[in-house]
Design a protein around this ligand. Sequence first.
Ligand SMILES: *Cc1c(COP(=O)(O)O)cnc(C)c1O
Length: 377
Amino acid sequence: MSRLFHDLAAPGVQKLQPYLPGKPVEELERELGISGSIKLASNENPLGASEKALLAIEQCYRNINYYPDGSAFRLSQRLAAKYNINPACFTFGNGSNDVLELIARAFLTPEHSAVYSQYAFAVYPIVVQATGAKANVAAAYDDMHETMPLGHDPDALIDSIDDTTRVVFIANPNNPTGTWLDTNAVIAMLDRVPSNVIVVLDLAYLEYMDDELKPDIKHLLDTYENLIVTCTFSKVYALAGLRIGYGISHPDIADLLNRVRQPFNTNMVAQAAALAALDDEAHIQASIKLNNEGKFFLQHELEKLGLACLPSMGNFLTVNMKKDAGPVYDALLKKGVIVRPVANYQMPNYLRITVGTPEQNSRLIEALSSVMAGVMV
Ligand SMILES: *Cc1c(COP(=O)(O)O)cnc(C)c1O
């Protein structure tokens, strides 16, 4: 890139590493000369969207010549009822990633710092660095940790908070590790964070967690005014392509985030689909069941191949290949099975695999065992 333009960019932007998305499946298939590949790379819901959501999309798409409702009024009313929380506590985003960015823009400057864990979700460093704020990265548990290898270490996170810290990001469960903190650990952390530091609890995989691990969101928000919970329609609600998520916080925080937000950041079709998806309890339950069964199957089959996974409360498993996972990833690609290498997270020996349908899971195991027979000898 020309030095001139680079130097013109804001200091935080100059230091950003470009996010490298996976290639579109069609392009990959063309390059490799294959077809019928399966994508288990982005933690999408393999069931597809709810029929109710699809119907809602059909009923609204002829109105797309109009701007959407910038306040997402109906959706905020619906979620307020779901959580028994004041609608003024909600901030909607073009995906929950958008909410994460709003938080960074509202609270961080080059004079401030943000705290997150090593191996935490890749969006945190991006939104923090773009503001020019400093990142205090807390060491994660090491890979020999008894219960939560590579998981968030609450003590390290607390120790990383300094006088300049404005925001702490916690992914629970975390992507790409799948690891989690139980509710007591979350509460113990919140008790230790100074009240002038915002805590972001990213619950993108909330619905996939075992029931006894799910935090009582209303109670947490009532108790900790510095807390922002983020949720998404991209995972269990199966609307990743429409881009919609939200934050829940003290109304004063929501007010600030809504000032930073672009007025029409969530689109009409996404709002309609989200509203309908919330009412399709059968689809949600079917998605959770498919995930639990698929995860159990994959864990078991991977174990038979001599491979260990990190503990996961998400819709994915992160597998330790015990050596550079790149060649295995490439070989799986050639067999039309797309998984996610996580070398960009400093985890070069791991592959992140989204739990698919039973057919997809079997195909993955088949492909992986034949690849390992070849590559790993
Ligand atoms: C997938 C994911 C999200 C969701 O992002 P959207 O922008 O809502 O699609 C948020 N946080 C984590 C940790 C995730 O893995």
